[in-house]
Write a protein that binds this ligand. Structure first.
Ligand code: LP5
Ligand code: MN
Length: 262
């Protein structure tokens, strides 16, 4: 179990899915980053920061304008406060080259975080969707080091084509899956809390923001789900983050649509 200490007022966000087609979501997120720089003492971005990530070289050699703006905002944030990155199921190929270029720290999840509100288990969340056997098979394949090395050695145009194909296959596959199997498995969550010694878990991925009260072997426990960010295509704009502090504990905050100039 990966462990880390992060004292002070900590903010956590995930599932922004930055890309070329989400300018309003990007703007809302950059406004959030400005607030985080002013109010938080550290920020963790807990996966699916990007809608897809096909290699650090892609970003750092000739980034398209949208990506250049995103990298600038992340770099600016890392210069102001400690910025930690966790990989998601879309951006699991983010590497140390990117982290160094941003001045950020890439941390392996799940991670037991020792915070001012006590120990918290933090993960993107896709690893707990254990009822989704097809996804877990996919995850094992794309997390295989030699497969990642082969993929990253391909020309960018080939990587982009594979990523687009994988995205389309995923969109199709989701249509055939129930909402239940695309959520985290309750036992997987309890087992993760047991083995980490935490009574609080924070994750993203499911795009189902909520606070769930759990019974962990007779002890109360809580599972916080981070909001996803969508200000371009959703009927009701949505975004949000979690704050962790000694004074207020763990709190889930929506990012007000008004703040995004909507
Ligand atoms: O992502 P989303 O929200 O649509 O659904 C996820 C699960 N799907 C994925 C797949 C990603 O979307 C693919 C994009 C990754 C791009 C970058 C990497 C490119 C390849 C790198 C190779 C090293 O995460 C979805 C879950 C859902 O969350 C809910 O939890 O159900 O899982 C699936 O849909 C998986 C499918 O069931 C089966 C696999 C389809 C894709 C096959 C492509 C294989 C490419 C392998 C190349 C070596
Ligand atoms: Mn995800």
């Amino acid at each position: 179990m990966n462990k880390a200490a992060l004292p002070g007022d900590l903010w956590i966000a995930s599932d922004i899915h930055l890309g070329a087609a989400v300018p309003r979501t990007s703007r809302a997120f950059y406004d959030f980053l400005a607030l985080a720089r002013a109010r938080a003492q550290a920020l963790i971005l807990c996966g699916d920061i990007f809608d897809a990530w096909i290699g650090d070289d892609h970003a750092l050699s000739e980034p398209p304008a949208w990506l250049n703006a995103a990298l600038d905002e992340l770099r600016r944030t890392a210069q102001a406060i400690p910025l930690w990155l966790i990989r998601g199921n879309r951006d699991f190929l983010m590497g140390e080259t990117l982290a160094r270029a941003l001045g950020a720290r890439l941390i392996e999840a799940p991670v037991r975080l020792d915070t001012d509100a006590g120990p918290i288990l933090l993960a993107h969340g896709d690893e707990y969707c254990t009822d989704d056997a097809a996804y877990q098979r996919f995850r094992r394949v794309v997390h295989t080091p030699w497969i990642q090395s082969v993929f990253l050695a391909l020309p960018l145009v080939s990587r982009r084509a594979i990523a687009n194909w994988a995205r389309n296959r995923s969109r199709q596959a989701r249509h055939g899956k129930s909402m239940r199997i695309m959520d985290v498995n309750a036992d997987a969550i309890l087992q993760a809390l047991r083995s980490s010694g935490c009574d609080v878990m924070i994750h993203g991925h499911t795009h189902r923001p909520a606070v769930h009260e759990l019974n962990l072997d007779g002890r109360p426990a809580r599972r916080y789900v981070l909001p996803d960010w969508e200000f371009d295509h959703a009927g009701e704009p949505r975004g949000g983050w979690i704050s962790i502090s000694a004074a207020q504990g763990v709190q889930l905050h929506p990012w007000p649509a008004a703040a995004a100039g909507n």
